[in-house]
Unconditional design. Structure first.
Length: 148
């Protein structure tokens, strides 16, 4: 089984990088905004749809950054291989998503298994250590080198 994930990397004028803090099935993860490819959907359509759904944000894809080139098992099961595709994106509508003041600065209602929020990380503080998932760590290092 394969699970294809598609993510967008956005940097603002202050050279901050947008990350998503998520509570998923009892765990806390800091990752890039995006999500799962749906059947019949292309990867560009996926990243645009995910940003619209999660952030109410219209984006434009600027360029492809990275596609997973190593084996990665899912963090949520032990029988699904993850393939992640990352794009540099830019806003084409005003950025209006609520911004978290601190990591995981949200309330988890009783019985809820998934909560998410986004925040900006300054370029100086952004690194592979700021994201949780193994493929995201590779991409964070790539972004730091490519966009010095």
């Amino acid at each position: 089984m394969f699970n294809v994930r598609v993510y967008g990397i956005m940097m603002n004028e202050q050279k901050q990088v947008l990350v998503s803090d998520e509570y998923i099935r009892g765990g806390y993860y800091t990752k890039f905004p995006g999500g799962g490819l749906e059947f019949g959907e292309g990867t560009l359509e996926c990243v645009i749809r995910e940003w619209q759904e999660e952030l109410n944000q219209q984006i434009e894809v600027v360029e492809h950054l990275y596609t997973t080139d190593f084996f990665q098992i899912s963090a949520f099961d032990n029988h699904t291989q993850i393939i992640s595709i990352y794009y540099l994106v830019k806003p084409v509508s005003p950025f209006t998503a609520p911004i978290l003041a601190a990591p995981f600065d949200f309330t988890i209602p009783e019985g809820v298994t998934e909560v998410e929020g986004v925040r900006w990380i300054s370029w100086e503080d952004f690194s592979s250590a700021t994201v949780t998932l193994p493929i995201d760590k590779v991409v964070a290092d790539l972004v730091k080198v490519k966009y010095v």
